[in-house]
Design a binder for this molecule. Sequence first.
Ligand code: NI
Length: 169
Amino acid sequence: MAIRTIYKQGDPVLNKKCHPVTQFDQKLWDLLDDLRETLDQANGVGLAAPQIGILRRVVIVINQDDEVIELVNPEIIDQRGEQEGPEGCLSVPGVWGIVKRPEWVKVKAFDRNGQMFEVEGEGLTARCFCHELGHLEGQLYTELAQKLLNDEEMEALFDQQEDEEAEEQ
Ligand code: NI
């Protein structure tokens, strides 16, 4: 396993459509292990192969139960509702964006051994599935964001939300 460099916005590798995985072999397992280790070190909740320069349809997502989900050739097969909230990306450091996403999604994918499975996610996990799958199409969330915020503006937004919640109680 190895910690890989995370490519940043502006690098053309992040704007390319990724190829499907056809072989579930050691090379794929190494890629998944590297994604996991790189994500762990970066303290994120999701990472896609193109972010480490590999144009393959492979992502990992950490769900709200802190489980690591490996998704190979993933597809969203169902979705419900809508949520609007802040989103960030390890490839776009220091920036946050307000993005609309479905509230709930169901994803079909293959595991590292080529076994098909389905997984559901809601809230932040649904957001993360959508965000990571976007990377496989060469899409960064900044293209979808209605508004981009820097760290300071993001903190102000969090404080404001906390105040609002306190008032509601
Ligand atoms: Ni991202």
